[in-house]
Design a protein around this ligand. Structure first.
Ligand SMILES: Cc1cc2nc3c(=O)[nH]c(=O)nc-3n(C[C@H](O)[C@H](O)[C@H](O)COP(=O)(O)O)c2cc1C
Length: 420
């Protein structure tokens, strides 16, 4: 198998804990194929600053797997609003250091995106340890939660170092959403409640939840109003751009959600119809930022800290959420742009960095689920850690058969640091 685990049902995408494997049709996840697979490209970044306005210049070094890689790009400069001349200089002030989501102050701009089947407690902790400022749980069914579903409980696993975090709920019924939100607040499981209005998975959409709500704004608003009324926690909504290209609604809906009580908005600027194809349209993030007065966190196709910084500067968004690019590369957060830090270096992790992230991921997973489950469930992360390493396919195949954590670690060592 050479594609990441979320490509097809027959491969290793785990069932959504709420549903049995039979029930959930994973063909919707086909499009979750990350475009970055197989590319060990190196991005050198220089920063040019004039009057606190930054231009990022990324120089893509030739990738050594060129025949498989279409990501070798010519140097690319991004000219930012209001820039009249540039001088090469150390970065002074670039990004905001933090902002409020309702009453909660978030001390940074680096967000881990919710990823069902991947962004569970050990992965979130790993990302936090490596510099991520805020995490969101995998989506949790409001119905499952109010009916005390065991699957939902697992998704809510908590740890003091998993904070601040949002618990993401999905559902179509304002009453159940409000009850689920209250349960989460009463059990002190979240700092923020996030409402999913973007999931394109068929089973979720056909229940009227996720991106189906983009088509029925009145219901989306009723949900936010009901949740707001039920809890004191800050409320956020994670949106897609709209149902399809003819029905882009993020700005209009975002405004109404703000009026309904949302304290911040996450936007993945693709339509439901697009799934994961095409490119995220960050101009929609800029439009949403201009329209609303609450913080907007954008996300979609961000593959390097430099790109995150550029998006923040170009769109004015308060933070950037990273999903697929953090898989196998949680260290992306450790290179996150910080105020008063010169930007220079690569974002593709070295083999040593990959190995130490993988080792720590294993440790955290064992703590979370025990040795046996960790070995089984971490298999799907392996292709991400090995992405782009020459000769990785043999190891990826072997990792899918590995029966213990020691075996997995041994394989990782042999591939990443040969001779150890
Ligand atoms: C495997 C996978 C699972 C996802 N699960 C969720 C989810 O539970 N809730 C949600 O709002 N978005 C989910 N998403 C969407 C991501 O949060 C994110 O918006 C999207 O992947 C775009 O960001 P990226 O290009 O950085 O990956 C998922 C994405 C992937 C790849």
């Amino acid at each position: 198998m050479n594609s990441p685990g979320y490509a097809r049902k027959e491969e290793s995408l785990p069932p959504h804990p709420l549903y049995s494997e039979k029930e959930l049709d994973y063909s919707d996840y086909k499009q979750y194929q990350p475009e970055i697979d197989g590319c060990p490209k190196k991005v050198e970044m220089t920063t040019l600053v004039a009057e606190n306005i930054v231009v990022q210049q990324e120089e893509y070094t030739q990738c050594n797997e060129q025949e498989r890689c279409d990501h070798v790009k010519p140097p690319q400069s991004i000219l930012l609003k209001g820039l009249f001349s540039c001088i090469k200089a150390p970065m002074k002030t670039t990004t905001k250091t933090g902002f409020n989501i309702g009453s909660l102050f978030v001390k940074g701009t680096a967000f881990l995106a919710p990823m069902a089947g991947f962004a569970n407690l050990p992965f979130r902790r790993l990302c936090r340890e490596l510099g991520c400022d805020f995490v969101t749980t995998e989506m949790v069914s409001a119905e499952g939660l109010v009916r005390c579903g065991a699957g939902s409980e697992k998704l809510l696993a908590d740890h003091p170092l998993d904070r601040p975090r949002a618990v993401q709920l999905f559902g179509a019924d304002p009453g159940s959403m409000a009850r689920a939100a209250l349960l989460i607040q009463e059990r002190d499981l979240a700092d923020v409640l996030d409402i999913n209005m973007g999931c394109p998975v068929r089973k979720v959409v056909s229940s009227g939840a996720g991106s189906a709500l983009l088509k029925v704004p009145q219901k989306a608003i009723r949900i936010v109003e009901a949740v707001k009324k039920a809890v004191d926690l800050p409320i956020t909504v994670k949106l897609r751009a709209g149902w399809d290209q003819s029905n882009i609604c993020a700005v209009e809906l975002g405004l109404r959600l703000e009026q309904a009580g949302a304290d911040a908005l996450f936007l993945h600027p693709r339509t439901k119809a697009q799934g994961f194809s095409g490119r995220a349209d960050w101009s929609l993030v800029a439009d949403l930022v201009d329209a609303v007065s609450i913080p907007v966190i954008g996300g979609g196709d961000v593959r390097s800290p430099g790109q995150a910084l550029s998006h923040m500067l170009e769109t004015g968004c308060a933070g950037v959420q990273v999903g697929r690019a953090a898989l196998g590369n949680p260290g992306i957060f450790s290179k996150w742009p910080k105020v008063s830090v010169n930007q220079s270096g690569t974002w593709i992790p070295s083999p040593d960095e990959r190995l130490s992230a993988f080792e720590r991921h294993l440790q955290l997973y064992i703590e979370y689920a025990g040795e046996k489950k960790a070995a089984l469930e971490l298999r799907k992360h392996v292709p991400h850690y090995f992405r782009g390493i020459p000769g990785a396919s043999r190891y990826k195949a072997a990792a899918q058969q590995a029966g213990s954590c020691d075996e997995l670690l041994d394989l990782a060592r042999k591939l990443l640091v040969p001779g150890t």
